[in-house]
Design a protein around this ligand. Structure first.
Ligand SMILES: *Cc1c(COP(=O)(O)O)cnc(C)c1O
Length: 353
């Protein structure tokens, strides 16, 4: 492999396209798929991901910030874009120039196309004031009604149903049939077709990551992103020799240690020392010692064929083994969303089909 690349995130655009098509297949006719490409497409590259999702059947895009909408427009994307986040005055101006739809929960938000957000229990953005929401929803620039679920990924809880019920009552009270009504994120899209309304807003599932933190394949999803690096050194360690800051790992027996040039500066988070595997030559090996900013060390064992230049897979498949972002997330006590969002600009994104 080319040593020009310390670490590489390869993004399979056809997987994104297929994931979007799969999500579409879960919807009844007339329900639109909005692909959420905020935070640079959850680390996958917003513009590339947006185009792939549109090719797969998404017809709307959503982002968090006005700058993200502007970036999509700059790259020639003409489809409807919904900016979901809170916007300063200046950001409202940027959103207007990008001809984006924006979310409103106070009369101060000014745009050509507004989606009124009722906070049915997420407790973050949106108004909790039913009357205020009704008043806003009667505005002539209102084109959509929305809410957001707090617990769609926690199957079996009652809160989701309560939020859904409150939103349904709101939609009925508004009583307009010219509005795009939307509530579901990826988890809600899988969980309950009653939550689909006119459009679903799917992010994580579009990238082939599982909204429930389980195996994406069980939900018909294909992970689009793989993360690789390479073996930059292989060295013999005698028992008692240590690797890395703080000497968190010491060889308990004579062994070989590989140095791999990826670290938390690349977004490969430090987390729990040694509690993560990587794949080399189709086999799992544990990290040895702390992750540093630019490198990790890997315990290859007392007898190894691994040599300098070998590919190292941190997320993805190699031979018959695979490491899912969900596995990495579990080991770091976080969620798959954070694993791909954390990948820093230092990791080159290679978009392939
Ligand atoms: C991020 C976001 C989504 C997408 O959520 P996923 O779980 O990634 O599908 C949908 N709606 C809102 C308001 C969001 O902020």
């Amino acid at each position: 492999m080319s040593a020009a690349e310390r670490a590489l995130a390869r993004i399979d655009l056809s997987a994104i396209e297929r994931n979007a098509a799969h999500l579409r297949s879960l919807l009844r006719d007339g329900t639109a798929l909005c692909a959420v490409v905020k935070a640079d497409g959850y680390g996958h590259g917003a513009v590339w991901s947006a185009k792939a999702a549109l090719a797969g059947g998404a017809s709307w895009l959503a982002v968090a910030t006005a700058g993200e909408a502007e970036d999509l427009r700059r790259h020639g994307i003409a489809e409807r874009i919904l900016v979901m986040g809170a916007l300063t005055r200046e950001e409202q101006r940027v959103a207007r120039e990008a001809e984006a739809d924006v979310v409103a929960w106070t009369p101060e938000v000014d745009a050509e196309r507004l989606h009124v957000k009722l906070d049915t229990g997420m407790g973050r953005l949106g108004t909790r004031d039913w009357k205020e929401a009704l008043r806003l929803a009667r505005g002539d620039r209102v084109v959509g009604l929305m809410t957001h679920f707090a617990t769609a990924d926690e199957r079996g809880d009652d809160y989701f149903a309560a939020q859904l019920e409150r939103f349904r009552e709101f939609v009925e009270a508004v009583g307009r049939d010219d509005l795009v009504v939307h509530a579901a994120n990826s988890a809600a899209t899988y969980r309950d077709s009653e939550a689909h309304f006119d459009m679903v807003r799917c992010g994580i599932a579009v990238y082939g990551l599982d909204p429930f933190g389980e195996d994406p394949a069980d939900r018909g999803l294909e992970p689009a992103l793989s993360l690789t690096s390479w073996v930059a050194a292989v060295r013999r360690f005698e028992a008692g020799a240590s690797a890395g800051y703080g000497r968190r790992w010491t060889a308990s027996r004579p062994t070989w240690v590989a140095t791999v040039p990826i670290g938390y500066g690349d977004g490969w988070r430090r987390g729990v020392a040694g509690d993560r595997d990587v794949l080399i030559r189709g086999r799992r090996y544990p990290l040895a010692g702390n992750v540093s900013m630019d490198n990790v060390t890997v315990d290859l064992g007392s007898d190894t064929e691994v040599s300098v230049g070998d590919e190292v897979v941190l997320i993805g498949e190699q031979a018959h083994e695979r490491i899912l972002a969900e596995e990495v997330a579990r080991r770091l006590a976080t969620i798959n969303y954070e694993v791909t969002c954390a990948l820093s600009p230092r990791v080159r994104r290679l978009h392939v089909r």
